[in-house]
Design a protein around this ligand. Structure first.
Ligand SMILES: CC(C)(COP(=O)(O)OP(=O)(O)OC[C@H]1O[C@@H](n2cnc3c(N)ncnc32)[C@H](O)[C@@H]1OP(=O)(O)O)[C@@H](O)C(=O)NCCC(=O)NCCS
Length: 344
C-alpha cells in the first residue's frame, strides 16, 4: 500500500441515512464470497440476505463504521452489544458482526479494527466469528490482539429437498414438563463444558462451564425455544433445545429454524439417544411448517458432527472464532454494564 493511498483513507461512523441507498454498501455485502454455498443450501437469494444484513446495521446496540479510499467505500466494520454475556461476565461485551472489505488488502481490516477499538473506549471484550477462508481478516485479528478460541462448523438440512420419513417420528422424546426443568439444567451443566470460553485463558474453567446452565435456566423456558427430553426410569437422560427463526422466515418467505443445544448423560451415550432427540426435534419442526434447519457445533465435537450427519445435515461453511479481552481486570469488578455507543 502506498503512502498516497494511506493519506486518502477516511473512516467514519455510519449514519442511519447512509444505509438506505448506498450501492457501494450493497456491493460490499454482495461481493462477500464465503457464504454463497450456504445461502444456496438455505434457498436464500443473496439480495434478500442483503436486506437482512443491512437491517443488522441499525439499532441502538450497534456501532458501525466504514472505510473509504479515494472517495470509494472499501470496508465496513460493525460491533453489536452482547447484553446477556455482559451481564454474565459483568463486563462490557460486544461482537464484531461485520468485518468486510472490497479488496484483499490486509491493511483495510487492520485500520478498521484499530479505529473501532480507539472509539469504543469503555469496551471490555470483543469477539469475532470469521469465515475460515478469510485469511486477511484472520491475520488482521491476530495482529490486533485477538486470540483464537475454536472453529465452528455450520450445517444445513433442507426439509423440502429431503423430506422426513417415519424414522424421524420418536414419540418417546417428549416436551419437558415444568417439574423436570431442574434436571435439564443439571444435565446441561454436566454436558456443556466444551464451549469456546473453555479455550479462553482469560475465563476461569468453572465460569466457562456454568455458561450454558445459566443461559438455559435464565432464558430457555421463558422464550421461543422448544425443549424435548428423553426419560429413562423417570430421570432425564437427554435434552434438545430448538427454535423457529421468526425474522429470517418472515423476510425470506420460508420457514427457518435452528437446533441449538443438545446434551445426553455421559452414562447413556452412544446408545442412539442423541440421534433420537435430533430426529424428534426435526419431526416437530417439519409439523410447524419449517423448510430449512441449521445447526452449529465446534469442529472438534465429533459425536455431535456424527449425529447431525446421520439425520441429513450437510456442512455449508466453517468459521474461526476469536476473543479479545481489552481490559481483563474489568471483568472482575465492572460497574459499567452499559453499552458504549459511539454512534447512537
Ligand atoms: C453429542 C451428544 C449429544 C451425542 O449423544 P449420544 O446419545 O451419544 O448420540 P448417539 O448415540 O445417537 O450417536 C453418537 C455417535 O457418535 C459417535 N461417536 C462417539 N464418539 C465419537 C468420536 N470421538 N469420534 C467420532 N464419532 C464418535 C458414535 O459412534 C455414534 O455414532 P454411530 O451411531 O454411527 O456409531 C453427546 O455426546 C453429548 O451430550 N455431548 C456433550 C454436549 C454436546 O457436545 N452437545 C453438542 C453441542 S450443542
Amino acid at each position: 500500500m502506498t503512502n498516497k493511498k494511506l493519506k486518502e483513507f477516511r473512516i467514519q461512523g455510519l449514519e442511519r441515512d447512509d444505509l438506505k441507498d448506498s450501492p457501494e454498501l450493497d456491493a460490499l455485502f454482495l461481493g462477500y464470497p464465503y457464504k454463497d454455498f450456504q445461502l444456496r443450501q438455505l434457498d436464500i437469494p443473496k439480495e434478500k440476505m442483503l436486506k437482512y444484513l443491512k437491517a443488522s446495521l441499525g439499532g441502538k446496540q450497534v456501532n458501525s463504521a466504514y472505510l473509504t479510499e479515494e472517495g470509494r467505500l472499501v470496508g465496513l466494520i460493525s460491533a453489536r452489544h452482547l447484553p446477556w454475556l455482559s451481564g454474565h461476565f459483568k463486563a462490557n461485551m460486544f461482537t464484531l458482526q461485520h468485518l468486510l472489505t472490497s479488496g484483499k488488502e490486509p491493511g483495510y481490516f487492520q485500520n478498521m479494527i484499530r479505529y473501532l477499538l480507539d472509539q469504543m473506549e469503555s469496551i471490555d471484550f470483543l469477539d469475532c466469528r470469521v469465515a475460515a477462508g478469510d485469511i486477511n481478516a484472520i491475520q488482521a485479528l491476530e495482529n490486533s490482539g485477538f486470540r483464537f478460541v475454536g472453529n465452528e462448523i455450520f450445517l444445513v438440512r433442507s426439509l423440502l429437498k429431503d423430506p422426513l420419513d417415519e424414522s424421524y417420528r420418536h414419540p418417546e422424546c417428549v416436551p419437558c414438563p415444568d417439574d423436570m426443568q431442574d434436571q435439564v439444567f443439571d444435565l446441561a451443566a454436566k454436558t456443556h463444558f466444551h464451549n469456546r470460553y473453555m479455550y479462553d485463558p482469560e475465563v476461569a474453567p468453572e465460569e466457562a462451564a456454568a455458561i450454558y446452565q445459566r443461559y438455559l435456566s435464565g432464558l430457555a423456558f421463558n422464550s421461543d425455544y422448544h425443549c424435548l427430553i428423553k426419560l429413562e426410569d423417570g430421570q432425564v437422560q437427554g435434552f434438545i433445545f430448538y427454535k423457529y427463526n421468526q425474522n429470517l422466515s418472515h423476510m425470506v418467505g420460508r420457514g427457518y429454524a435452528s437446533l441449538d443445544f443438545i446434551g445426553v448423560n455421559n452414562s447413556a451415550r452412544n446408545r442412539g439417544l442423541g440421534d433420537a432427540l435430533n430426529r424428534a426435534a426435526l419431526w416437530h419442526l417439519s409439523k410447524m411448517g419449517v423448510t430449512h434447519v441449521v445447526v452449529r457445533t465446534l469442529g472438534s465435537n465429533y459425536p455431535a458432527l456424527r449425529i447431525v450427519h446421520k439425520v441429513g445435515f450437510r456442512i455449508t461453511s466453517s468459521d474461526l472464532h476469536f476473543h479479545h479481552w481489552l481490559r481483563p481486570k474489568a471483568r472482575e469488578n465492572s460497574a459499567n454494564q452499559h453499552p458504549d455507543l459511539i454512534f447512537p
